[in-house]
Design a protein around this ligand. Structure first.
Ligand code: BES
Ligand code: MN
Ligand code: ZN
Length: 507
């Protein structure tokens, strides 16, 4: 699908460009109980009053969710008009916009329309402007058209009619809208990669496969890639990470990906942002084995890693002027005769001894060594992303990612980014009072903190290993995946992370 911008001279009162361009359909929004927008009025004039007659006859009320496809239109470049109800104008916020956009795309995708002109970017959206609207429309369309067919023997990829999307925007927004197209496509491509990796079965998407994926990404986008194997991980003394990998026949991998968009980082200048992603390609629970129900879904326990791949892909495609490093510890968590057991005490890379009280709390055990490793980059900030706790799903459901940080500035930066990207996150506490739950009678630290505030104590565990730099933790257990009929990976939180990095790069 090809996205282009067509600027019209709205501000100078010459808004006709969008009316003459040839297309199979033009999408027009109608507010409820409201006079027509200026865009609609222009179209009304060009079609000799067609729009106002339809509204007057009650065939388009403007109610949210309603549509009317008008065929065989004369007087404008498009042969059809798709009217879309937008609801009340004063309530037209980013959520209402998103719903209207998805409604429009659904109608268009179920038709034979090949080229469409989209006028929504001119609508008055509460607190949002035209370039935001363009990007959100692209992301919504790409979300609706994503399909995972790699594992079907006869993939049904039914040819799609929609090929070309033209956004008509005010020429004053021209430059910003072109950037928005680039960002929208890059973020959508990143999300597709994240979703593909999450959806792949765990017998294919192994740690070795993720290592190969990193190398491919490196070739395609000129990233420097390091993939460390068992021996090299041992040499780094990552005893905590290795304890999780032990019970599996799949060798662990430690992946480091460097995107260098700002030049050499020296003396605190151009310090990188480090993204650390949990890459458990299958979480059986290990010796503390999980119940059988939905265990298949534990293939998505590498979605933190997946989102690091997706975000780096997006950042590289956008060509952001900053340095980003992706760090991924990846292995399986399996039961076996030589697997780590409850009661075992292991030594992390930084020398901390950890009593493993539950082998199913493995995410923190692989992340803690990656967080120690990240110190060597003298990072400006580190954000880890992990499907870390079932408790986070209990606390926040599937809408908000859990955000933890002791750094208020970093936390609000991430929350702002999540709002802008419509990829919601909610901050949860990380007070020192919770640290007591991680006390061990035998080692420095226990790997579980009991049932109360399970997501907080998991974050507390990680906080012990991330004191050398500003740090935030994202628990995506509830947001990286959808269960039920639409089972599959969501690509979150790639939009939020990409926005965070766009903002950091000042792009
Ligand atoms: N990967 C799971 C967390 C998870 C659960 C993600 C459900 C997505 C859906 C994690 O490794 C885990 O098993 N956590 C345990 C921690 C507990 C043993 C303290 C949990 O949440 O039950
Ligand atoms: Mn687990
Ligand atoms: Zn896990």
């Amino acid at each position: 699908m090809d996205f282009t911008i067509k600027a019209c001279n709205w501000s100078k009162g010459k808004a006709n460009g969008f009316l003459t361009g040839k297309s199979d359909a033009i999408v027009l929004g109608i507010f409820e109980a409201q006079t027509l927008t200026s865009t609609a009025r222009d179209m009304d004039t060009a079609t000799k009053g067609l729009i106002s007659r339809i509204v007057k006859a009650g065939d388009m009320s403007g109610r949210a969710g309603t549509t009317l496809l008008i065929p065989e239109v004369k007087g404008i470049g498009a042969s059809r008009i798709l009217l879309v109800g937008l609801g009340k104008q004063d309530a037209f916020n980013q959520k209402a916009y998103g719903e209207a956009v998805r409604t429009a795309w659904r109608v268009i995708l179920s038709s034979k329309i090949g080229q469409v002109t989209f006028t929504f970017a001119q609508l008055p959206i509460v607190e949002r402007n035209g370039d935001w609207a363009v990007r959100a429309a692209i992301l919504a369309l790409r979300e609706l058209t994503y399909k995972f067919t790699q594992m079907k023997s006869k993939p049904d990829n039914g040819a799609r009619s929609l090929k070309k999307i033209v956004f008509s925007i005010d020429s004053a927004d021209d430059k910003a809208a072109r950037v928005a197209v680039k960002q929208g496509v890059a973020i959508a491509n990143g999300m597709d990669l994240t979703r593909d990796l999450g959806n792949l079965p765990p017998n294919i998407c192994t740690p070795t496969y993720l290592g190969q994926t990193a190398k491919k990404l490196g070739r395609d986008f000129k990233l420097k890639i390091e993939v460390l194997g068992q021996k090299q991980i041992e040499a780094l003394n990552m005893g905590s990470f290795l304890s999780v990998a032990k019970g599996s026949v799949q060798p662990p991998q430690f992946i480091v990906m460097h995107y260098n968009g700002a030049g050499e980082s020296t003396k605190g200048k151009n310090a990188p942002i480090v993204l650390v992603g949990k890459g458990i390609t299958f979480d059986s629970g290990g010796i503390s084995i999980k119940p059988g129900e939905s265990m298949d879904e534990m293939k998505y326990d590498m979605c933190g890693a997946g989102s690091v791949f997706g975000t780096l892909r997006a950042v590289a495609e956008m060509g952001l002027k900053l340095n980003v490093i992706g760090v991924i510890p990846t292995c399986e968590n399996m039961p076996a005769g030589n697997a780590v057991k409850p009661g075992d005490i292991i030594t992390a890379m930084n020398g901390t001894t950890i009593e493993v009280l539950n082998t199913d709390a493995e995410g923190r055990l692989i992340l803690c060594d990656a967080l120690t490793y990240a110190e060597r980059f003298k990072p400006a900030a580190v954000v880890d992303i992990a499907t870390l706790t079932g408790a986070c799903i209990i606390a926040l459901g599937h809408h908000n990612t859990g955000l933890f940080s002791k750094d208020d500035a970093l936390a609000s930066e991430l929350l702002d980014a999540s709002r802008e990207a419509v990829d919601p996150a909610w901050r949860l506490p990380l007070d020192d009072e919770y640290q007591d739950q991680l006390k061990s009678n035998f080692a420095d630290l226990a790997n579980i903190g009991g049932r109360p505030a399970g997501s907080v104590t998991a974050a507390c565990f990680l906080s012990r290993f991330s004191t050398a730099y500003p740090w935030a933790h994202l628990d995506i257990a509830g947001t990286a995946w959808k269960s039920g009929a639409a089972k599959g990976a969501t690509g979150r939180p790639v939009p939020m992370l990409s926005q965070f990095l766009i903002d950091r790069a000042g792009a």
